[in-house]
Design a protein around this ligand. Sequence first.
Ligand SMILES: *[C@@H]1O[C@H](CO)[C@@H](O)[C@H](O)[C@H]1NC(C)=O
Ligand SMILES: *[C@@H]1O[C@H](CO)[C@@H](O)[C@H](O)[C@H]1NC(C)=O
Ligand SMILES: *[C@@H]1O[C@H](CO)[C@@H](O)[C@H](O)[C@H]1NC(C)=O
Ligand SMILES: *[C@@H]1O[C@H](CO)[C@@H](O)[C@H](O)[C@H]1NC(C)=O
Ligand SMILES: *[C@@H]1O[C@H](CO)[C@@H](O)[C@H](O)[C@H]1NC(C)=O
Ligand SMILES: *[C@@H]1O[C@H](CO)[C@@H](O)[C@H](O)[C@H]1NC(C)=O
Length: 374
Amino acid sequence: MDLSRPRWSLWRRVFLMASLLACGICQASGQIFITQTLGIKGYRTVVALDKVPEDVQEYSWYWGANDSAGNMIISHKPPSAQQPGPMYTGRERVNREGSLLIRPTALNDTGNYTVRVVAGNETQRATGWLEVLELGSNLGISVNASSLVENMDSVAADCHTNVTNITWYVNDVPTSSSDRMTISPDGKTLVILRVSRYDRTIQCMIESFPEIFQRSERISLTVAYGPDYVLLRSNPDDFNGIVTAEIGSQVEMECICYSFLDLKYHWIHNGSLLNFSDAKMNLSSLAWEQMGRYRCTVENPVTQLIMYMDVRIQAPHECPLPSGILPVVHRDFSISGSMVMFLIMLTVLGGVYICGVLIHALINHYSIRTNRAP
Ligand SMILES: *[C@@H]1O[C@H](CO)[C@@H](O)[C@H](O)[C@H]1NC(C)=O
Ligand SMILES: *[C@@H]1O[C@H](CO)[C@@H](O)[C@H](O)[C@H]1NC(C)=O
Ligand SMILES: *[C@@H]1O[C@H](CO)[C@@H](O)[C@H](O)[C@H]1NC(C)=O
Ligand SMILES: *[C@@H]1O[C@H](CO)[C@@H](O)[C@H](O)[C@H]1NC(C)=O
Ligand SMILES: *[C@@H]1O[C@H](CO)[C@@H](O)[C@H](O)[C@H]1NC(C)=O
Ligand SMILES: *[C@@H]1O[C@H](CO)[C@@H](O)[C@H](O)[C@H]1NC(C)=O
């Protein structure tokens, strides 16, 4: 159970409940009363006071149903210090509103409490019942896998409880069944289908006692994703995939992508795999043989997604691309492509011509034979 965070929300709820219950036992206005209250073993309990008059001279709290001196726990004359009584155990304190605070609360703190309030010439008394409850053992949760691949893996989480009223939280948001999430009919199992990178934590919560909630540990999911894209940034900047650089100058290239879990980088230069696996490549003094096409390939071994990006380094006096818009990667292909088109056209035209000649010859031949047949 996560004790640090829910404490405040737990106590807000206890207060809320106490005040709701208190309405049922509201007394005539002007008369103080103790709002019936709940305590949780090990936590702080507030035995709260309501309808407190102004200018109180003294608050005194007693164990039991009356204000006999031998039962006094503590008394407080604002603004001076607090006076412990015979029933003081070292855990009690009176707050500014006159309520009794007990921390930590024990199970045997359950019982009647009486308060005496002196204000002006008047002395008022009230008695109330404190019920101290014990939360069950820690609420358990488990998942069948915590290292997952985005859009591929599903995860099932189990809440270890016999309580049926279970609330599931994904990323701290209460969750109900949806296209992607299924909660079993008994509420104990949550299945997230095809997890996303945004599914970060799973937690379950039960209502141990009315209005008292117990949360499980927050389980973190590790969801591998990407790369979503890859960019190749260079210095000097590229223009349409071309970096223009002088021999002897420095060229830096960096492969940038967005992904989770370690990526593998590969660099290919003019078709040959380089023995280099960093995201950044630095050519400190550009040589002739370092000109040409570079491809950076990023691979996420977990998601098995691979992406790449190309850039071409060329000397300033090299002719610009014929089309200007196409990255250089496509240049070789587009040239050979047009060659192929030309050859195909040539072949087709040649074929059509030969076919025409053949058909002509055949027609001639047959018409001659038919003419001669009779
Ligand atoms: C006060 O309550 C105690 C028990 O809590 C009891 O023994 C005692 O007699 C009561 N005193 C008076 C004056 O009612
Ligand atoms: C209440 O319980 C605590 C242990 O939780 C014990 O030390 C204490 O003596 C008990 N007090 C009474 C009045 O029984
Ligand atoms: C608590 O006080 C009420 C009266 O205010 C009394 O009826 C009840 O018996 C008391 N309970 C105990 C355990 O002293
Ligand atoms: C307190 O009582 C005295 C006399 O008994 C009276 O003079 C005074 O006004 C009273 N004060 C208040 C605040 O009621
Ligand atoms: C976890 O449970 C879900 C739903 O039952 C299932 O689809 C998934 O394959 C399970 N994962 C593992 C690692 O068993
Ligand atoms: C649920 O109930 C069964 C038997 O009724 C018990 O053995 C088991 O320990 C309980 N589990 C929890 C988490 O309370």
